[in-house]
Design a protein around this ligand. Structure first.
Ligand code: NOJ
Length: 808
């Protein structure tokens, strides 16, 4: 079933049926002032923190999953009929109510038509501001004059703390006030005495107050008390004030507040009128007044919208492609990168699933997030990378979460058993990616503090990361599992051994050796390669199980992920990382990837392990708590799908890489959305596998490491445009019957036009490249041969040039 389509030209996803299988959401604003909004205008807003700065309420995990939100109710003052400008919350029959929602770059636009009235609502937060616009345009498409009344609605949190707001009612309902503070302005505040005692919201160091203003029409009524507007036994579908046809000008004094301004709109046939609500944080009499004075005209609102679009589109234009596959085009040209940028901004904090409590930067995921955004926002990527590097302790391990008030050099060392074994190994993916993107090789020499004490160059941080694991090896010579490796559910015991981290460490040692040579530190390179040799021997001694690599070795010596064990017989991560790290012999690579295909591939993506755990000890395989076929228990964990694609590309199998890519690609499900249920334009953390009763259903939209690896594997491996330290590698691995593809790529401030031609229909292999008409016989184009506007033509064929790949 299809609920919408991609409009790549406008960079929008257009939802044409509002009754989507789940609420399909989008983001507005920035990390300073953020918002989640759905196709039915549901959602919430927050300042600095999804949980601690939550000023707009959403009732989590409800039915529907997105209420309340940012609503406009419209009432025909003659017939008494009423509806909402978004299909929900009133929910008029869909044979009479037509609705279209366009989710774009940090804005959402909903148009509806009902009984001769067309409405368009547009929601966005201007760049750098702490308020939002809700614009409502209403057109009379009928032949008689219409008298309408519009009511806005949202609910404010009583305390800017999502949990307290919803559970600590003995306190939170006694502090909120709402009042009219100017002819077109409502003011919301917490009782002043709270300021005297607590001064500010301690979590975000700010006052908790909001305002809402109406522009474009006089405010003919208002309600700031939720009970007055909705009615004690009313609901969002039938609010008392809309039923009655007027607000009661209520001033909330305790209990709950709401944001309702009332405006009257008279329309002659064919006439259009517009009003807008500005809603922000701060004192109505100060910030509210000032904002309305500066931003309260339609002209200014239009300018702010243009600025917003320009800013986002410029980031998204860092990479665009025309390939023979439309789903890949939608992903590359808008949604894949947009998803990475939103994930980078919000980490794993705020969505319809995360209520904001997961504030701060989860270490491992945040390091990986760098891969997806380095080309689009190199400066922000650098700042984030430095912050993450400074979250590394001087012993080489990492803080599990970098909180908002984190200060390098001042962190207390965490207990040994709290360290994750993989955290800092992700540097070996992120740092080279960033350096190759920017060409800033000196970044390796930049001095960055450690979390607890001391400082070192970035290169020194990398060495500490290696030492951290090398100094914590188990009895078989593999890195200890510590609290967990990438897999949160893997509790091997501190001294249990993680083969996944062994492969990460191998990649780290290879990468470190390469960087060392470039920095002229040959002794360090020799050291890294000799450590790698020892590690390789240990891996080969203990970890090959005949058809695949084992999973891990627990502290008591039990080997997981072998043919002789029934549950969790084969583990995906160790197969693909054996390839990514270069540890697998060519024969092992072929064999283990065949095993992946045979045992783990499903039409919806690659399962994390198989068969699922039923009886395993929760103390070791805590994924046993999940139903079979979900999440880490033999579910399709989308974070890992990109690794499967890259492994097959390293294996030279473009057809299979494409097959894996398409199976898990959100856009593939656009015409069969009932299978995936979640938004076809963004990734989800997990997909139910064929071991479950609901194969294909996908959950936890937007915020996941899946965003980075999905985008990165397609752009840098499948399309194969992969920056190196000294040049740009063109090394695609595609479905063999593609004739080629075109890419526009921003690299080191140059806009490059790249065309890959595939006349011989191979999957992989570049025969030659022409740069502005000049032929080179190398698949890496030296940076000095490129200039802004260069045209690159890369011709694929059977007589392929060797690939000098400097980084993963
Ligand atoms: C979700 C976490 O965010 C991520 O860090 C982890 O790697 C996966 N779970 C797998 O367990």
């Amino acid at each position: 079933m299809q609920y919408g389509y991609f409009d790549d030209e406008a960079k929008e996803y257009v939802i044409t049926r509002p009754d989507t299988p789940t609420s399909w959401s989008n983001y507005l604003g920035s990390t300073e002032y953020g918002a989640v909004i759905t196709n039915n205008a549901g959602g919430y807003g927050f300042y600095k923190s999804g949980a601690q700065g939550r000023f707009m309420r959403l009732r989590f995990n409800s039915i529907p999953m997105d209420q309340p939100g940012r609503y406009f109710y419209l009432r025909d003052m003659e017939s008494g009929d009423y509806w909402s400008a978004s299909w929900q919350p009133v929910g008029k029959p869909l044979d009479k109510f037509k609705s279209e929602c366009r989710h774009g770059t940090a804005y959402t636009k909903i148009t509806s038509e009902y009984e001769g009235i067309k409405s368009e609502t547009k929601y966005y937060v201007p760049l750098g501001q702490t308020f939002e616009y809700w614009r409502l345009k209403v057109t009379n498409t009928g032949s008689k004059k219409r008298k309408l009344r519009a009511f806005s609605y949202c609910e404010f949190s009583n305390q800017w703390n999502t949990t307290q707001d919803q559970v600590n009612l003995q306190y939170s309902i006694f502090i909120v006030k709402g009042e009219k503070s100017a002819p077109n302005m409502l003011r919301y505040s917490i009782h002043e005495n709270l300021y005297i005692q607590h001064q500010k919201n301690p979590a975000i160091n700010d006052y908790m107050s909001e305002w809402i203003a109406l522009a474009g029409a006089p405010m003919t009524g208002f309600d700031t008390s939720r009970e007055a507007f909705i009615g004690t036994y009313g609901n969002y579908k039938e609010p008392a004030a809309v039923l009655k046809g007027e607000c009661s000008n209520s001033e909330a004094f305790g209990d709950n507040s709401c944001g309702t301004v009332q405006a009257d709109i008279e329309l002659n046939p064919g006439e259009t009128k517009e009003i807008m609500v500005l809603l922000g944080i701060g004192d109505a009499n100060v910030e509210g007044k000032k904002t309305v004075e500066e931003f309260g005209t339609f002209e200014r609102a239009d300018q702010e919208f243009e600025k917003l679009i320009k800013n986002w589109h410029s980031k998204l234009n860092s990479f665009s492609a025309v390939t023979p596959d439309e789903d890949i085009n939608h992903t590359v040209n808008m949604w894949g990168l947009y998803n990475c940028l939103i994930t980078f901004a919000w980490s794993r904090a705020a969505s319809l699933v995360y209520n904001g409590e997961r504030d701060g930067l989860g270490y491992r995921d945040s390091v990986q997030d760098i891969l997806g955004v380095s080309a689009a926002i190199p400066q922000e990527a650098e700042e984030r990378l430095v912050r993450l590097l400074s979250g590394q302790f001087s012993n080489g391990g990492a803080l599990p979460v970098i909180s908002k008030d984190f200060e390098a050099g001042k962190q207390k060392m965490i207990p040994a058993e709290k360290f994750r074994s993989d955290d800092c190994q992700w540097f070996f993916n992120a740092v080279p990616c960033f350096v190759a993107e920017t060409g800033n090789f000196d970044f390796f020499n930049r001095v960055v503090p450690y979390a607890d004490k001391g400082e070192d160059t970035v290169y020194g941080h990398l060495k500490q990361a290696l030492l951290f694991n090398l100094e914590r090896m188990g009895k078989d010579g593999l890195p200890c599992g510590l609290l967990a490796d990438w897999n949160d559910c893997l509790k091997l015991g501190y001294h249990g051994e993680s083969l996944f981290v062994a492969f990460q460490l191998r990649l780290g040692l290879t990468t470190y050796a390469d960087i060392s040579k470039r920095l002229g530190k040959n002794d360090e390179a020799d050291w890294a390669l000799s450590e790698r040799k020892k590690l390789d021997e240990n891996i080969q001694k203990k970890c090959w199980d005949g058809k695949w690599f084992i999973w891990a070795i627990a502290e008591d010596g039990t080997v997981y992920g072998t043919q002789s064990i029934e549950e969790g017989q084969i583990y995906f991560n160790t197969q693909v990382w054996s390839v990514l790290s270069g540890a697998a012999t060519p024969e092992q690579m072929k064999t283990c990837l065949e095993s992946v295909k045979e045992k783990l591939a499903t039409p919806y993506g690659l399962m994390l392990c198989a068969p699922p755990f039923i009886y395993a000890s929760r103390d070791i395989m805590s994924s046993v708590v999940y139903l079979p076929g979900i999440k880490e228990n033999a579910g399709i964990f989308n974070h890992t799908q990109g690794w499967g694609i890259i492994a097959e590309i390293m294996n030279g199998n473009g057809d299979r890489a494409y097959e894996y890519c398409k199976a898990a690609l959100p856009a593939t499900y656009n015409t069969k959305a009932e299978i995936r249920q979640s938004e076809p334009y963004v990734i989800g953390q997990t997909t139910y596998s064929t071991y479950s009763k609901r194969p294909g259903n996908t959950r936890v939209s937007w915020l996941s490491g899946a965003a980075t690896w999905n985008y990165y594997s397609i752009t840098q491996y499948m399309l194969g445009i992969r920056p190196q330290y000294n040049g740009l590698l063109i090394d695609p691995c595609i479905k063999h019957d593609w004739d080629g593809f075109k890419v526009e790529r921003r690299w080191r401030k140059m806009n490059l036009h790249i065309e890959v031609k595939n006349p011989s229909h191979v999957s992989k292999g570049i025969e030659y490249i022409e740069i502005d008409g000049k032929r080179i016989d190398s698949s890496t184009i030296p940076a000095e041969l490129l200039k802004d506007g260069s045209t690159i033509i890369a011709v694929m064929g059977k007589n392929a040039l060797p690939v000098e790949n400097e980084r993963m």
